[in-house]
Write a protein that binds this ligand. Sequence first.
Ligand code: 48N
Length: 308
Amino acid sequence: MSPPAVTVERPHAYVPEPKSAKTLSAPSEAAYKWDTFTFDHIRESTVSRAMTKRYFADLDKYAESDVVIIGAGSCGLSTAYVVAKSRPDLKIAIIEAGVAPGGGAWLGGQLFSAMVMRKPAQSFLNEIGVPYEEEDTYVVVKHAALFTSTLLSKVLLFPNVKLFNATAVEDLITRVDPATGELRIAGVVTNWTLVSMHHDDQSCMDPNTINAPVVISTTGHDGPFGAFSVKRLVSMTAIEKLGGMRGLDMKSAEDAIVKGTREIVPGLIVGGMELSEVDGANRMGPTFAAMAYSGIKAAETALQVFDE
Ligand code: 48N
């Protein structure tokens, strides 16, 4: 005799019955009634509208942002966390060229998992709730992805933050003061990353824009996309030349990057490894405390603009 038909209540979220202590054996004891299990009805256009309605509402809302952060690596995400937490009234747009944010912080170094941060970086890890092993002058997060995913999730939970990933900044919005001739950065020029990568082999594909009084660039050291803003400052002759990142000197590099984080030209703050390209600072290799603390300093520098 077949079991009685199960009328599956249609709860908004399917809550499985608590699994019994014993291992699930026969389907009738399973937590799910798989033979009658079904998701709620959907139509493809509903999904499309659910995504696009929200995305285009965000594009409209963040077309005028208070702070734009270029690059969602460890420095950019740390910056975003501090700005968003300190000033929930500010609109923060993060522009990340990769589909996956996080930059180089998914591994500790040479594909090894653990991430080393020199003290006092543990206080930032405590702030965002990342556990670590304590050594004498440094701490170790068991997997770099634990740091980056935790920080990323905290940043994305802020209601005043929008991450535009798979989106590249391909230029800077500039203004020149007619009285002084001083150049100021006033926002960013964006395009889908895949478009940015193919301007040379396609007809013109014009970009989008985001206006903002403060832009914080943390695009990493030189590379296919790296050091974007500082290279653009040179090509627009806003700064004379780049110092170029120097050889690895772990001890001096991290202090230099944190202390050097600053507004390079009015409206543009540079932090993280992008800064090493400006100042000719050393690289530090597989230690990440400076990325977090450069982000904290970049955030505090930006917040001063709004405190004035
Ligand atoms: O992780 P990165 O590259 O940059 P930082 O500064 O946040 O962290 C650097 C760190 O990972 C190291 O390099 C470590 C400490 N090693 C140092 C060493 O000595 O080797 O993140 C930059 C992000 C990336 O996600 C890029 O995709 C993104 O910026 N990006 C851009 N996003 C939008 N528009 C662009 N034009 C752009 N350029 C880079």
